[in-house]
Design a protein around this ligand. Sequence first.
Ligand SMILES: [Zn+2]
Length: 313
Amino acid sequence: MSSKFYYDGITLDRAHHLRMDEKWLAENLSADPSGDLAGKNLRIIPVWRSKSLIFTGGQIQAAILTGRAAEEVRQNAATLVFLGLEGDTIYCAADLSHADDPHSLGLPADTAFEDLRGLATSLDPIDAGYLAYARAIIHWHLGHKFCGICGTETAVGRGGHERRCTNPDCARIHFPRTDPAVIMLVTHPSEEKCLLGHNKRFRGLTYSTIAGFVEPGEMLEQAVVREVFEETNIEVVDVAYQASQPWPFPASIMLGFRARAVTTEIICHDQELIDAKWFSRDEVHEMAKGDESLPPSNLSISRWLIDSWLFEK
Ligand SMILES: [Zn+2]
């Protein structure tokens, strides 16, 4: 698999079997009382209240901690999640959200917690993928401290990949969730044009592909047809899957589609999408020259869907 987008490039082995290996987890994830780090090859990715740690000295860089700093954070983390292995290097996410001042917990001085979404393009794409994975799973833990069935506290299990209700009469196991969202490039029925919309949440005059969440009991293809119609009044057919992108803001995966319109009259029913138009290739090329008219390259599957239509002829 080659990387197309931000957040999709991490190559670590999620090592599912080790999540169930209590002995291995105890030896490798619990804090080392001797402080002896010999032989340990640990990388810790701290998360604080959904923000990611960045080295601020010089060029901005993801703070994936090693050595003494990693050990300090491991000992002080409210929750430690085993993310996986890269060779014999162990990657973990550490939740420091319980501290009002997370820097009191042993973080290097030249670091700061920042919103990953705002600075991802400044980071190495692989590092951004690690930070996204850590952010997403810690976000899930923060929202599932109590059982949704009986309200009792939950406890972390399987290296941080489940939370188990501590009420023995319930004992429900809760797993991390990912919300599927569809995102689609819609082509005109008879002209060389595509449908792009402007969402009121977009900053500047950006036009992008139509998108929306999949609903319970719905196929992905049905979600594409429904969302395009709901937002633009356009009916589509020939829905074809193209690619996907993890989008952990907070917990989505974007599933990219191409679809062909069979109607052309646009009506924006939706409160979110306040404008939508048919754009010719020349018009999209013109927008692509500007900095803010289209979503930025590489960051999002929306731009990839637009570009793959734009450059196919
Ligand atoms: Zn319960």
